[in-house]
Design a protein around this ligand. Structure first.
Ligand code: ARG
Length: 260
């Protein structure tokens, strides 16, 4: 945290550099690399995540890994900050960011008008969709077949909103894995989840992902309303989008990149 201090330090560093350029400075030009010397410990970028969402974020030997982690590592580096990743259920991520408990929400978060009332968003960095996942013998081949069927979703997600709004019988689970298990365990007819997550998880579970996309979901990172971090964060993210780094990270994970 300590974002104000950090921004103030950055502003001071800028003033000093300008002073040097004007020919009236005498301080060490290296000062920009150690953040003025008085505070050598890097400021923390506290990130809230629900690491049950491969390939965006998942746990590997206790460590949170994935596409969004790789993007955030690069952004933190550009901001001269240290990542501090905090794990929680998805339905705690946005409320926690909103309350200022965390600096950034990183969870394959879809930008929605409703959420925009509560949090600010970074630039959109990927376009996803909701997918229908079924077991091999389900006889469900598209959205039309879901009428009157029972579906599982993760609590607090756009999948939950969508399925409730469309009149399906919805079983919601705080953990994404439990939503998947509801289908493998035969408690529901389909599992509705973001498309790339469906593609990443379905094969191991012996499940089938249907081709029909149900929604369009722009992904972005979430911030407390009015957060001063959004501007510098976006500057870093926009540069990574513009120079192809984000696209490269997606392809490292075998995902076809769909830009905003
Ligand atoms: N994109 C969906 C949403 O924003 C699902 C996100 C779930 N994320 C997770 N890490 N489990 O609601």
């Amino acid at each position: 945290m300590k974002k104000l201090t950090k921004l103030t330090a950055l502003a001071l560093a800028l003033v000093m550099v300008l002073g040097l350029l004007a020919g009236c400075g005498s301080s060490n030009a290296d000062s920009s690399t150690d953040n003025s010397g008085e505070d050598t410990a890097k400021d923390k970028l506290v990130v809230a995540t629900s690491p049950d969402f491969p390939p965006f974020e998942s746990l590997e030997g206790g460590e949170v890994v994935g596409i969004e982690v790789d993007i955030l590592k690069l952004i933190a580096e550009k901001l001269g900050m240290e990542l501090d990743i905090q794990q929680m259920d998805f339905d705690s991520v946005i409320p926690g960011v909103q309350a200022g408990k965390f600096d950034v929400g990183m969870s394959g978060i879809t930008v929605t008008d409703k959420r925009k009332e509560n949090v600010d968003f970074s630039s959109v960095y990927f376009m996803a969709a909701q997918a229908i996942v079924v077991s091999a013998d389900s006889g469900i081949t598209g959205k039309a077949d879901l009428e009157g069927k029972k579906v599982s979703v993760q609590t607090g997600t756009t999948a939950e909103d969508y399925c409730m709004a469309n009149g399906y019988e919805v079983l919601a689970f705080t953990a994404n894995n439990d939503a998947a298990s509801a289908l493998t365990g035969g408690k529901v007819d389909a599992w509705v989840v973001d498309n790339e997550v469906a593609l990443a998880m379905a094969p191991d579970l012996g499940l089938t992902v249907l081709d029909e996309a149900m929604t369009a979901e722009p992904y972005a990172f979430a911030f407390q309303k009015g957060s001063e971090l959004v501007a510098p964060f976006n500057e870093a993210l926009d540069a990574l989008l513009a120079d192809g780094t984000v696209e490269k990270i997606f392809s490292d994970y075998g995902v076809t990149y769909v830009g905003p």
